[in-house]
Write a protein that binds this ligand. Structure first.
Ligand code: URA
Length: 433
């Protein structure tokens, strides 16, 4: 087959701050998926995009080309509206676990295609796989049947969905090009649009534990994704949420499942409950149902969301009553002074959990179900010298020293209580045309 374009011209165009034509974008994504464009050529293009950016029309075309590289799912046979959530990832972000069953209580189907974690942020599938028997891999037919029956499914995205993104994301991961806003936006939105959800709520995290470190970058990413979704006919809204401190009191797979079950039982840490309710409010409204936050909180408190959780876990082979795995060894970090916990850095806690075995360095590495960090105090809490601040969990005690190193300088005790704001910082909706 004669190729239509010269990839080196395309790389040079972006290197020299030019704009790629629609047919160049269509071709380069297709040719990369077919293996005609080599990894080193795509790496150079990704780096040029990271440095020089892309226009909105270029991002939209790049996203469309990635969608066209694979299959599109179709939920139109379902009797309920569909609403999904995507988080850009953070430390202790277990919100999908209580959120999906909570939204399903209100007759909305929640198709949550999730991933495994890489680096310091955990993956939703790794968390759920700590439940004995639970399986992530479902066929499209099984997924549809579960959505029809239970209303919520959290499972692995099949290989057929945006294969160009799978290949490109793995390449970006090893070439320092993950952080490009056009590439993050098109990567996330190509999968969500191909998945076929009717409504989508984006949780764009900002702070030390997130991809986006500044409000400005988080807002640009959110705006880009909301525009891409809206243009593709998906009712899309984004919340910008705080990831300067970990979410809740746990980071690590089984530890986070335990905390999620506490939230589903009507308890759990305030920030996890507040963010679950805020996102559920957006998801229900985006699906055309005005449930309201009081009713959402009631569904957590009275067991309706827990009932859906139990059915959702059982439908995928999991035993919701089985004891969760625990790590073989623990070590405690104690307060070194009296005062208030002024600061607790999300990245430090995420790195510690990762080094304890909760996360993986390469995508084929196994994770430890019981490993992670359990917090006993949150920023703002009064503490006394010698009081436990955190418990570190691992099966491999030789990991404690490196985990402790990542926590060095990651927390601070002060004489004054810090002011604590809300976890939700901003809301980004579609712009008027
Ligand atoms: N998550 C994705 O799916 N893609 C990215 O590029 C970054 C986060």
């Amino acid at each position: 087959m004669t190729e239509q374009h010269d990839v080196v011209d395309i790389i040079r165009t972006k290197r020299d701050r030019g704009t790629l034509a629609d047919d160049q974008i269509d071709w380069v994504i297709d040719a990369y998926t077919r293996g005609v464009v080599a990894d080193e050529q795509m790496s150079a293009l990704a780096m040029a995009i990271l440095i020089n950016g892309m226009t909105r029309p270029e991002i939209a075309r790049w996203t469309a080309a990635m969608i066209a590289s694979g299959e599109r799912m179709d939920f139109s046979a379902l009797s309920r509206p569909t609403s999904d959530k995507h988080s850009t990832g953070g430390v202790g972000d277990k919100i999908t676990l209580p959120l999906a069953p909570l939204v399903a209580v209100f007759d909305i189907a929640v198709p949550q295609l999730s991933g495994r974690g890489l680096g310091h942020t955990g993956g939703t599938l790794d968390k759920l796989e700590s439940i004995p028997g639970w399986r992530a891999d479902l066929s499209n037919a099984q997924m549809l049947a579960q959505l029809d029956d239970v209303g919520a499914v959290i499972c692995a995205a099949g290989a057929g969905l945006a294969p160009a993104d799978k290949k490109l994301y793995a390449l970006r991961d090893v070439t320092g090009t993950v952080e490009a806003i056009p590439l993050i936006a098109s990567s996330i939105m190509s999968k969500k649009i191909a998945e076929g959800t009717g409504a989508l709520v984006l949780d764009v995290k900002v702070g030390s534990g997130a991809f986006m470190k500044t409000r400005e970058d988080a807002t640009e990413l959110a705006r880009t994704m909301v525009d891409l979704g809206t243009d593709a006919g998906v009712n899309t809204v984004a919340l910008i949420t705080d990831m300067s401190v970990p979410l809740g009191l746990t980071a690590g797979n089984a530890l986070e499942v335990r905390e999620s079950v506490e939230v589903l039982a009507g308890g759990g840490p305030q920030d996890v409950v507040d963010l679950t309710v805020a996102l559920a409010d957006e998801m229900t409204r985006a699906a055309g149902k005005d449930v309201g936050t009081d009713e959402l909180r009631a569904a957590l408190a009275d067991g309706r969301a827990m009932d859906v959780w139990r059915r959702m876990i059982s439908a995928q082979g999991g035993d919701p009553d089985a004891p969760l795995p625990t790590a073989a060894e623990t070590q405690t970090v104690t307060a070194d002074a009296d005062g208030y916990l002024e600061h607790l850095d999300a990245m430090a806690v995420g790195m510690a959990a990762w080094r304890l075995g909760a996360g993986r360095a390469r995508k084929e590495d196994p994770v430890q179900a019981g490993a992670g960090v359990e917090l006993h105090a949150r920023p703002g809490d009064k503490v006394t010298k010698g009081q436990p601040l955190m418990t570190l969990h691992t099966d491999t005690p030789e990991r404690f020293a490196r985990a402790q190193e990542s926590l060095d300088g990651g927390w601070r005790i002060a004489s004054q209580a810090p002011s604590r704001g809300s976890v939700v910082l901003d809301r980004i909706t579609a712009q008027e045309a």
